[in-house]
Design a protein around this ligand. Structure first.
Ligand code: CA
Ligand code: CA
Length: 223
């Protein structure tokens, strides 16, 4: 025999199993959103996948929802694998920006992000230090920060020297919508951004819902 139970929540009153389900669903969805907030994570874009010893010119590149391209001219970008003669090398693939090209990136499917750090290197062994001017934009094209990077000029390709340097951003670079890097003749790897949802956060909500459904089914079988 099934019993009727009354659940009261503020001004709302639910009756019987529907009340239990609504309250249970609310709890799990709130838990999911809470976990979503806690799961704001950091993402590292590695530009990997280009085979070692190869280089290919490209018009655009996308990784984990972040899109890269040159919005202003015919100068293109390139994906470079490790171990390419005269190109900097860190044992992995990376993105290269040719002379005169502007690199823009944005993440239309993600909330505004924070810039954390990036690795930069020269273009080739003979191109000298890379000089990059970076501007980060927020809502209404407001500039949140500009910064200039100059690399050390050290690039011995596959030799023993360290070609890439890590540059970190200060706290100005928050809530960024898109970024432009001008100057050309540089190589980019390991771009780190934060404030992005971790892939598992949406799954946590589904786990919560399915857990509730399972709990509800078991409870119903017991009554
Ligand atoms: Ca890489
Ligand atoms: Ca260098």
């Amino acid at each position: 025999m099934k019993t009727t139970k009354v659940f009261r929540s503020g001004a709302l009153t639910f009756t019987g199993h529907y009340g239990a389900r609504l309250i249970g669903l609310g709890v799990f969805v709130l838990l999911g959103f809470a976990m979503d907030c806690l799961a704001q994570g950091t993402m590292q874009l590695r530009f990997d996948g280009q085979p070692a010893g190869t280089r290919i010119a490209i018009w655009n590149y996308s990784e984990s929802g972040v899109e890269f391209w040159n919005p202003y001219g015919p100068e293109n970008l390139a994906r470079v694998g490790s171990g390419v003669t005269t190109m900097p090398d860190n044992g992995t693939a990376y993105l290269q920006v040719s002379q005169g090209a502007t690199l823009r990136f944005q993440a239309p499917s993600l909330p505004p992000f924070n810039l954390v750090s990036l690795d930069l290197a020269e273009y080739t062994t003979t191109s000298g230090p890379a000089r990059v001017h970076l501007v980060a934009y927020s809502f209404m094209a407001a500039v949140v920060g500009t910064i200039d990077f100059t690399t050390d000029g050290i690039n011995d390709s596959t030799g023993p020297l360290v070609d890439f340097e890590t540059f970190t951003f200060d706290t100005r670079f928050q809530n960024v919508l898109w970024v432009e890097m001008t100057g050309g003749l540089f190589s980019l790897d390991n771009l780190v951004i934060s404030g992005v949802p971790e892939p598992s956060s949406g799954g946590l909500i589904l786990v919560g819902v399915f857990s509730w459904l399972g709990w509800s089914r078991v409870r119903r079988m017991r009554l």
